[in-house]
Design a protein around this ligand. Structure first.
Ligand SMILES: NC(=O)c1ccc[n+]([C@@H]2O[C@H](COP(=O)([O-])OP(=O)(O)OC[C@H]3O[C@@H](n4cnc5c(N)ncnc54)[C@H](O)[C@@H]3O)[C@@H](O)[C@H]2O)c1
Length: 348
């Protein structure tokens, strides 16, 4: 089976490609390798998959030097012509759209990055799926669609018509666009509402990563809403295991379906407890400065994962302290490897 993973140079896409590769899928990874955060980290992930930076050229499919059934193409989702071409050339069975402009706070600074990647880009994926029949489209949604939902845990049945950020609005729009393409063209679609995913090879723009770097450097961390926030931190392996099982189960289905699923941990953690866990793992205290609530942020995220468990039988396994330990250990190794062998900057 051939799978297209968009956002393959990103955090979740990188791990998912590893998982599906070991399950025997043929994988085409796609990413525009944008500089929303350090591109060296994106290239380091690609290098792990045998895709060296100096072989990457826009619009050209590169075969992995390490994995026989993995190839990668640098492409913008907004590039409709090239997206259509890659679908025509590969006849994908499964499409997993993870490429998006992520982050709640950046959507205040750069709203059009969200419109371009998350709306125009996603439309191109839907149109390509319409014109080149596939078995299933999985796409990243987000816990942020729940906005200021007060009822916990957050259930897929809850109303999510009141987004508090543009990012959340684009993710909710993805769910509606997918529903319309399912109704119109009978495409099987699953929206994956991820809840604060963390772990090795993670995202430097997220708090667990930026706090780690600040604590190690002795810099002050910004604690918003005076620490009165809760997040349902979900370890990357638990996310990836769930998606892998979901795909296996869906392969056996003949009926077309449209659904959204929470993929979370079902254990919200207070921000200050999270910071203590990080301090313990790093064996160093954080210098904290307290700030009011930020625009676009939500007080709490808390996933009801009954539906996911019902389908996959999988319960999240990795505790926050264990997951943070694994993250900080990777982070330390990664810093050393980058110093020894920095990914060379490309001359443009
Ligand atoms: N990590 C989380 O906690 C989390 C939570 C909720 C939802 N999500 C969603 O899951 C998906 C994956 O998240 P991630 O944490 O791996 O983020 P990431 O930023 O590490 O990965 C996204 C990748 O998509 C690529 N990309 C962005 N716009 C593109 C475009 N227009 N064309 C081609 N490539 C493009 C980026 O270069 C990046 O490598 C995203 O859709 C994100 O919104 C993530």
């Amino acid at each position: 089976m051939t799978v297209l993973i968009t956002g393959a140079a990103g955090f979740i896409g990188f791990h998912l490609a590893n998982k599906l590769y070991t399950k025997g899928f043929k994988i085409v990874g796609l990413d525009n390798i944008n500089d929303y955060y350090d591109v060296n980290l994106k290239h380091a992930r690609l290098e792990e998959h045998g895709i060296c930076k100096n072989r990457i050229e826009y619009g050209v499919l590169v075969q992995s030097e390490k994995l026989s059934n993995y190839s990668f193409i640098k492409l913008n989702l907004e590039d409709k012509e090239q997206i259509d071409a890659i679908f025509q050339n590969h006849k994908f069975d499964i499409v997993i759209n993870l490429a998006a402009q992520a982050g709640v706070r950046y959507s205040i600074e750069n709203p059009y990055a969200y419109v371009n990647s998350n709306l125009v880009g996603f439309m191109n994926i839907l149109e390509a799926c319409r014109n080149n029949p596939i078995k299933h489209l999985y796409y990243a949604s987000s816990s942020s669609v729940y906005g200021k939902n007060k009822k916990t845990p957050f259930s897929e049945k809850d109303n999510v018509d009141n987004p508090v950020s543009l990012y959340a609005a684009t993710k909710k729009a993805n769910e509606l666009l997918a529903a319309s393409y399912h109704n119109l063209y009978n495409i099987s679609c699953t929206g994956l509402r991820f809840f604060t995913v963390y772990g090795p090879w993670g995202r430097p723009d997220m708090a667990y990563y930026s706090f780690t770097e600040a604590i190690l450097k002795g810099e002050t961390i910004k604690v918003f809403n005076n620490g009165n926030l809760k997040r349902d931190f979900t370890y990357i392996d638990d996310i990836i295991e769930s998606i892998g099982l979901l795909i296996e189960k869906d392969k056996l289905k003949v009926t077309k379906l449209n659904r959204v699923l929470n993929i979370g941990n079902n254990k919200p953690v207070k921000l200050l407890d999270f910071i203590s866990t990080l301090e313990n793992a790093l064996n160093k205290s954080a210098k904290k400065k307290f700030y009011p609530m930020q625009q676009g942020d939500v007080l709490e995220t808390y996933a009801d994962i009954d539906q996911l468990i019902k389908i996959t039988g999988y319960h999240p396994k990795v505790s926050l302290s264990e997951g943070i330990k694994r993250f900080t250990s990777w982070h330390c190794d990664f810093l050393v490897s980058q110093k020894k062998n920095p990914v060379k900057k490309r001359k443009t």
